[in-house]
Design a protein around this ligand. Sequence first.
Ligand code: NAD
Length: 368
Amino acid sequence: MASIETVFKSDHEEVVFFNDQNSGLKSIIAIHNTRLGPALGGLRMWKYDSVDHAIDDVLRLSRGMTYKAAVAGLNLGGGKAVIIADPKTDKSEALFRTFGSFVDSLNGRYITAEDVGTDVNDMEFIFMETSNVVGVAKTHGGSGDPSPWTARGVLEGIRACVEVKLGKDSLKGLSVAVQGAGNVGRELIELFLDSEMRVFVCDIDRSRCDQYQNRPNISVVATDEIYDADVDIFCPAALGAVINEKTLARLRCKIVAGSANNQLATPECGDVLYAKKILYAPDYAINAGGLMNVSIEFEGYDELRANRMIRNIYYAIKTILHDSQKENLPEYRCADRVAEKRMAAISHLRGRYLGKTQPTFPGRIVKR
Ligand code: NAD
């Protein structure tokens, strides 16, 4: 588990703690790497067991964002923020506006957005204090909730996985187990059902599955049973580290492909998946749709452009899977290599955002 020592041992550029007695805000922002541009990554609100857990999470998530932006071909670095509090009971205008002023104090080095436990309404409050937030409401010239775009990107990636692993160009008749019926999970379920797939779903918040009880082609299963489901695809859409020593022995799927960040508890778990001949779509490569969508706010939001960008996830995943087959290397290692190669090749160039203190976000309407 992490501690302050871990921060200094990590390769992060900057980790900032923020404490505000008035609003009760306890928050950490981690900026992992800004070689390609300002660090962008969502704000997670979670009732962490300890500050050490929160540090661990923000360090891992922000590092993943660096790799995600690099593989997605974006001129962005990696960062992430966490608020240590319960999203069900602790949300307030003061909390998010105070967080917004915290983000603003970083002068554009970190840009925030939605993540687990936060939504577009929370971004509205943050937007009252800083421009350095994306995924803001469409009424403000933003792009709104990134979750539907993340889900569409995951579907593109799954198409690539199914072609490579199962030799099929259609998802019809395939089965998928979705872990988590939250913002992305719900969107994914609709896309899977539209694709005529057989869906199994679970959520620790059982009420999120109520809507599926009487629908055809979908079954609700217990949270612990999801790993044993005899399905073609296991689709993690909840929290991270779900591919671990315990679950690896249970998985019966042929493909692991989903939206959750940091699915592998350790890199070695990716080696075990590969040895078991379970194809793994590297999480940060397949779940980049939401990041791609919000990144367009930097240049004035355009939905057509978002659609085009998200289709690239199919090609990005295919490239990674082909490299993996050709070189007999686990998929996660091929993805890391794509990211590291791009960073090494172009990070000396002065991208449009580098060297500027603040992104401008044309088309944004700022109401105060
Ligand atoms: P969310 O909070 O809306 O949904 C997560 C759901 O998972 C919740 O319903 C929660 O009750 C459930 N859950 C938590 N632990 C569980 C468990 N052990 N078993 C079953 N269900 C469990 O979050 P989201 O925005 O849908 O994000 C889901 C995942 O995708 C996260 O890992 C997030 O980091 C990642 N992600 C999201 C986006 C996005 O656009 N929202 C983009 C990239 C990655």
